[in-house]
Ligand binder design. Structure first.
Ligand code: GLU
Length: 484
């Protein structure tokens, strides 16, 4: 049997991390088994679905490298298929019109609540005679269509992640609505609802494995009954654990994580994010291997090793994974990715020479966890005037430091540009002539050039500033400042 899986997002919001992680597992499973990954857009909720969300979902999946093989299919283009299924179930006597009014249903719920019973439909219109149905219709009542759920039935499936799952028919809330009331006079009933549409699609699209979040478990129990009723083979199911926040609750907007777009804006790389999402519930057979591509993971991916317990979202871990990708990326590629962040911060990168930018990238890359970190980490190369930290000022005001800076400034005065050797030789010369420790010369230089006592490689920092003609200027400005 060929493997066919799908991701079925509802375009009622941007691509969310939970849906994206489900897409990762489906993609990996499809690729592991040379299968097909289908994208289906579940857009039947007309009030909440928006085309821009569909675009966001598609571009988010593409950005993550989760390419789909078929689709996107849109449920709104398939409504007649669902209607046919409703009719089939009616014809088989497995579904029926229910004429209850909202008020009657509300009253039923109140009574159940008062008696301490679980809320649910009590199947009161399951066995109406045609005469009773006609009488309700004559009152102008419009029915919904309900699918019969056998309360005595136990639904059991072998979940590929959770092993045997058992669900009682009596815990499914009574006969379920599969079609709304008609919107126009000539229709016998209205639009089909979610559970039926999903089953019709999954049958039609020959989905072999349904891999989705565990919040769909109760739906699975209902859907299995629908497969049986429609005479179709029941696919395999795998319910992946939810992504949790640090408190162990389902991750939500309040945790500062919403859409995949947000992760992009925060400076995460798509390959790092998919790597991290894979680790939210799955580990490589060699658990020490934490950095891997989708292709590498696909060779090893299996659902049996997906955790049953919820996966806690860990920002530090995501930062670490992202940093691993950033640190090993070639400077030319990384520079291309950093440019938009520099531009957005208003840094004058467009005036800079590409080779200079690549050297700056190489210098700063080891300090980056996220692309956005580059704004802070490189700000000193783009400012007009250096601001000195308190500790830098303390150092600069130490005895002998002014003389050190003066001699360095003299040393660069006559040279338009300096080489690494020049820089090193000058530091050595000053150390000797001022009879101070090399460390003091280095710290004084760094404090003058950057306003800080710590930072990336000093010689490289100096050379980059020298190429901008900034080193001499900053040394002289520092001298003025400490003379005040
Ligand atoms: N449309 C559903 C959702 O966005 C997914 C349905 C499914 O995977 O079966 O949660």
């Amino acid at each position: 049997m060929s493997v066919r899986v799908r991701i079925a997002p509802s375009p009622t919001g941007n691509l969310h991390i939970g849906t994206a992680r489900t897409a990762v597992f489906n993609w990996l499973f499809a690729h592991r088994h040379q299968g097909t990954f289908v994208l289906r857009v579940e857009d039947t909720d007309a009030a909440r679905s928006r085309p821009e969300y569909t675009e966001n979902i598609k571009s988010g999946l593409a950005w993550l490298g989760l390419n789909w093989d078929e689709g996107p299919f849109f449920q709104t283009q398939r409504l007649d298929k669902y209607q046919q299924a409703v009719q089939t179930l009616l014809d088989k006597g497995l579904a029926y019109p229910c004429y209850c009014t909202p008020e009657e249903l509300e009253e039923m719920r109140e009574t159940q609540k008062a008696k301490g019973q679980a809320p649910g439909y009590d199947n009161r219109h399951r066995d109406l005679t045609s005469a009773e149905q006609e009488a309700f219709a004559a009152q102008g009542r419009k029915p919904v269509i309900r699918f019969k759920i056998d309360g005595d039935r136990t639904i059991v499936w072998k979940d590929l992640i959770r092993d045997t799952v058992t669900w009682k028919g009596s815990d499914l809330g009574g006969d379920m609505v599969i079609a709304r009331t008609a919107e126009t006079e000539d229709q016998p009933y209205g639009q089909a609802l979610y559970n039926l549409a999903v089953v019709v699609d999954d049958i039609d699209m020959q989905i072999s494995h349904i891999i989705r979040g565990e919040d769909h478990i109760a739906n699975t129990a209902k859907q299995i009954l629908l497969y049986e009723a429609l005479g179709a083979e029941v696919p395999s199911f795998a319910h992946s654990p939810l992504i949790l926040n640090q408190e162990g609750r389902k991750l939500s907007k309040r945790d500062g994580v919403t859409s995949i777009d947000d992760f992009r804006k925060m400076g995460f790389l798509p390959e790092a994010l998919v790597n991290y999402m894979t680790l939210l519930g799955w580990t490589f057979p060699d658990a020490t291997k934490e950095i891997f591509t989708l292709e590498e993971a696909a060779k090893e991916f299996d659902l049996e090793r997906v955790n049953k317990a919820g996966a806690k979202f860990d920002w530090d871990k995501l930062d670490w994974i992202n940093s691993q990708y950033l640190h090993q990326m070639p400077a030319d590629k990384l520079t291309g990715l950093l440019i938009p962040y520099w531009q957005e911060a208003g840094y004058a990168v467009d005036k800079m020479d590409r080779a200079w930018l690549e050297s700056l990238t190489a210098l700063t890359a080891p300090t980056l966890n996220r692309l956005t970190d580059v704004i802070k980490e490189t700000s000193v190369f783009f400012v007009d005037a250096v601001e000195h930290s308190e500790e830098a000022m303390d150092l600069l005001q130490q005895e002998g430091v002014a003389a050190v800076i003066t001699e360095i400034a003299e040393g660069v005065k006559n040279a338009d540009s300096i080489t690494e050797e020049d820089a090193k030789a000058l530091i050595k010369q000053v150390t000797k002539s001022q009879k101070v420790k090399k460390g003091l010369v280095m710290r004084s230089l760094r404090a003058s050039l950057t306003g800080e006592l710590h930072g990336p490689d000093l010689t490289q920092t100096w050379l980059l500033l020298n190429q901008l003609g900034e080193d001499k200027k900053r040394l002289l400005e520092t001298l003025e400042k400490i003379a005040d």
